[in-house]
Design a protein around this ligand. Structure first.
Ligand SMILES: NC(=O)c1ccc[n+]([C@@H]2O[C@H](COP(=O)([O-])OP(=O)(O)OC[C@H]3O[C@@H](n4cnc5c(N)ncnc54)[C@H](OP(=O)(O)O)[C@@H]3O)[C@@H](O)[C@H]2O)c1
Length: 262
């Protein structure tokens, strides 16, 4: 066997025996990524502020993939609720190997029409929430010398767009936070990476999808000239959570139909 031959017995994208905590898992990209991880063998806990929605999403995943899937309510902006969420995940899943921070919000308007409270709200969920959840999982990951942290940035963390000052600022911050976390955790067997999606048809984008201008914008902005399908986020999440990405940390992986390539 020469040095470039893959090691026998290592299944690059297999997550059997892994456990994952997915914030924002009740819908949209978080739900899709949770389903992706479960399809690769992981047990999952899905979190959102609405228990009924998180539990319904978890039940779907348990049914579809035969994995353990639990729904839990937590507000990621609350340190107490984040700690309780982690304790529940460790109790019910045994450990948390993989954290996906997909909880996020967007408030769109020109800067002159926004209030400081609206700016703070976007930063609270997207930046503080992500930071709190990253901070919470580290002790367990460090003790086990293995961990995968996947944060949701955005194409709009890499480029600007009029009418999105809070959101672009928050996603730029998430990307920078992820890079710094990668440096802080590299010695402990933990990787931290950001996925930067382009336009996916989720609840967050209903208003854009419903308007003719919004539709034109998405088709014009993306090289692939279309919205992404929800399942098109799953490969990136499985990859970054798996052994296949063991040498990938501090990276931003765009899944944006070529939006930021131009
Ligand atoms: N969709 C896109 O095109 C796109 C593009 C780039 C980046 N992203 C990013 O990808 C992530 C997921 O977006 P999405 O489109 O899937 O959004 P979505 O469909 O609106 O789902 C957002 C999820 O976050 C949860 N959430 C919001 N605030 C929360 C809080 N304070 N605590 C706990 N959970 C909270 C929501 O549940 P509750 O409301 O019940 O709490 C829901 O489960 C976000 O970070 C977003 O910025 C999305």
């Amino acid at each position: 066997m020469n040095e470039t031959t893959p090691l026998p017995g290592i299944k690059l994208f297999d997550l059997t025996g892994r456990t994952a905590l997915i914030t924002g898992g009740s819908k949209g990209l978080g739900h899709a990524m949770a389903a992706g991880l479960a399809s690769a063998g992981a047990d999952v806990m899905l979190v959102s502020r609405h228990l009924d929605e998180a539990q319904a999403a978890a039940a779907n995943i348990a049914h579809d993939f035969g994995r353990k899937a639990i729904g839990r309510a937590a507000d990621v902006t609350s340190p107490e609720q984040v700690d309780a969420m982690l304790a529940a995940a460790e109790r019910e899943l045994g450990k948390v190997d993989i954290l996906i921070n997909s909880a996020g919000i967007n408030i769109r308007a020109p800067i002159a029409e926004l209030t400081p409270e609206q700016f703070d709200e976007v930063m609270r969920v997207n930046v503080r929430g992500t930071w709190l959840c990253c901070r919470a999982v580290l002790a367990g990951m460090r003790a086990r010398k293995w961990g995968r942290i996947i944060n949701l940035g955005s194409a709009l963390g890499l480029i600007g767009l009029a009418g999105r000052t809070p959101y672009t600022a928050s996603k730029g911050a998430v990307i920078q936070m992820t890079r710094t976390l990668a440096l802080e955790t590299a010695a402990d067997g933990i990787t931290a990476n950001a996925i930067c999606p382009g336009p996916f048809l989720t609840e967050m984008n209903t208003a854009i999808a419903d308007s003719e201008d919004g539709q034109k914008f998405v088709i014009g902005a993306t090289a692939l000239k279309r919205w992404a399908r929800l399942e098109e986020i799953q490969g990136a999440a499985i990859y970054l959570a798996s052994e296949a990405a063991s040498y990938v940390t501090g990276a931003t992986l765009t899944v944006d139909g070529g939006w930021t390539a131009q």
